[in-house]
Design a protein around this ligand. Structure first.
Ligand code: THU
Length: 135
């Protein structure tokens, strides 16, 4: 799938956002090397702590179904009722989850601001990541 198609999937995923506390709706579309796409949205909770980001929803859906070979993810976010108008960059926790399951020099992260798509490698967004190999 090309990056524009994946961004459209992320926009579709965002419609399912459960975010009554922040009002900020995020969608993510995660593609495996085989071309399967897993959608995720942010899911909040009255206790705040149990809330989860869209990216981790997508990763945990995929990993829990046995996937582990990820190619790229598209992420979009904006307040409810608004069109996408700025880039929604993944939080530090989501970057760390990506680093657990993805090649840092290969995995692509596509961000969209309503006009253009900006693409980063995971190693650009999470340099000197923690892992047990110490690499
Ligand atoms: N959020 C995401 O889902 N992904 C991000 O990359 C940044 C933040 C969510 C968490 C919370 O539900 C809302 O956006 C506001 O922080």
């Amino acid at each position: 799938m090309d990056k524009a198609q994946l961004v459209n999937k992320a926009i579709e995923a965002r419609e399912k956002s459960y975010s009554p506390y922040s009002g900020f709706c995020v969608g993510a579309a995660l593609e495996t090397e085989e071309g399967e796409v897993y959608l995720g949205c942010n899911i909040e909770n009255a206790a705040f702590g149990p809330s989860v980001c869209a990216e981790r929803t997508a990763f945990f859906k995929a990993v829990s179904e046995g996937r582990g070979d990820f190619k790229q993810i598209a992420i979009v976010g904006a307040p409810r009722g608004e069109e996408i108008h700025s880039f929604c960059s993944p939080c530090g926790v989501c970057r760390q989850v990506m680093s657990e399951f993805c090649r840092k020099d290969k995995f692509q992260i596509h961000l969209y601001n309503g006009e253009e798509i900006r693409t980063f490698l995971l190693e650009e967004l999470l340099p000197y990541a923690f892992d047990l190999d110490g690499e």
